[in-house]
Design a protein around this ligand. Structure first.
Ligand SMILES: Nc1ncnc2c1ncn2[C@@H]1O[C@H](COP(=O)(O)OP(=O)(O)OP(=O)(O)O)[C@@H](O)[C@H]1O
Ligand SMILES: [Mg+2]
Length: 302
């Protein structure tokens, strides 16, 4: 059975998927699973919000269904569409056979055979292994009308298709919403969810994540990389590096057989960490050396 039993159990199962989950996040996740409430995760880019939905699905043996949000996303792309091309072919075929009865066609053309199921409808369908994990990713990118629509869909987990009737989820999906907070999501939607702010990890936790995701990196290099990235995050940058960047950088350094950081290595590989020219420019000259010295000084001898 995939039922979680405790907060420790949640942490252990996610660890089994190489996901490092702090106590606070494990607690809201446990509650969200126990109470059947959607989990709303907000936080900086690259801090593991999307990844947690994948880890939860894998840990519970559920199917992951992802609705990637974007500006202009509408109900037909999120719920269902009729397959017009297939319907046209069916009409032409019936016409050619001389049997294109208007009423008959109408009932035949609006059946499940011609239905294209989009993520929200898929999530209402029974799945082998139990209710799926529905990831509604980057909800802040959609517009308010879609948010209102979503609020309704999440409150009763059913979808009405005029030609077919109402489809109700036999068991509500496990819903995880994420936002990068490019705009505030409406209170009504938040109220329906349990909320957690996903912050940058502490030094120790980021080391743990690096161990899980780039286990081949040597201890000394990992500590330098994490200390430097943590130091960088305290700078006034246009875009601070997330955990994803830390992992990428460590992998780049490994590929180059780098054993420890130097200002030269940083200058050559900084593109794995900083993605804006203005930010990269700030590290020119003696700045990288200063930050590296400070980062190294913050590390106690192992
Ligand atoms: N706690 C963690 N445990 C393990 N890996 C992590 C953790 N946090 C982040 N990662 C790693 O960082 C990568 C980026 O995470 P993810 O894509 O989930 O970030 P995000 O918060 O969704 O970012 P964005 O807002 O840019 O979409 C993941 O592929 C994963 O490898
Ligand atoms: Mg994401």
């Amino acid at each position: 059975m995939t039922e979680v039993t405790s907060i420790d159990d949640v942490q252990a199962r996610l660890a089994g998927q190489d996901y490092v989950c702090g106590r606070a996040l494990a607690t809201v996740l446990f509650l969200s699973l126990k109470l059947g409430r959607p989990l709303f995760l907000e936080g900086e880019a690259g801090t593991g919000k999307t990844e947690i939905a994948k880890a939860v699905a894998a840990a519970l043996g559920r199917r992951l269904i992802r609705l990637q949000c974007y500006e202009g996303l509408d109900a037909s792309s999120a719920v269902y569409e009729w397959n017009f091309a297939e319907q046209m072919i069916a009409i032409r075929t019936a016409e050619a056979a001389g049997g294109a009865d208007r009423d008959m066609l109408k009932t035949e053309l609006f059946t499940e055979d011609y239905l294209i199921e989009r993520p929200l409808l898929q999530a209402m369908r029974p799945q082998a292994g139990g209710a799926p994990v529905l990831l509604i990713d980057e909800i802040d990118r959609t517009d308010e009308p879609f948010e209102a629509f979503l609020l309704e869909a999440l409150s009763d987990f059913q979808v009405t298709i005029p030609e077919l009737g109402t489809i109700t989820a036999p068991e509500p999906p496990i819903v995880i919403l994420t936002s990068n907070r490019t705009r505030e999501v409406h209170d009504a939607l938040k109220r329906r969810c349990l909320y957690h702010w996903v912050d940058y990890p502490s030094f120790d936790r980021e080391i743990e994540i690096l161990h899980a995701r780039a286990p081949e990196a040597a201890e000394g290099l990992s500590r330098e990389v994490v200390a430097f990235v943590q130091r960088l995050r305290t700078e006034d940058l246009f875009k601070k590096p997330g955990v994803a960047e830390t992992i990428d950088w460590a992998k780049c350094l490994l590929a180059l057989d780098v054993l420890d950081l130097s200002p030269e290595v940083i200058a050559d590989t900084i593109g794995a960490v900083l993605k804006y020219q203005d930010d990269i420019q700030r590290l020119q000259g003696s700045e990288a050396k200063r930050l590296l010295d400070e980062a190294k000084a913050s590390l106690e001898p192992v």
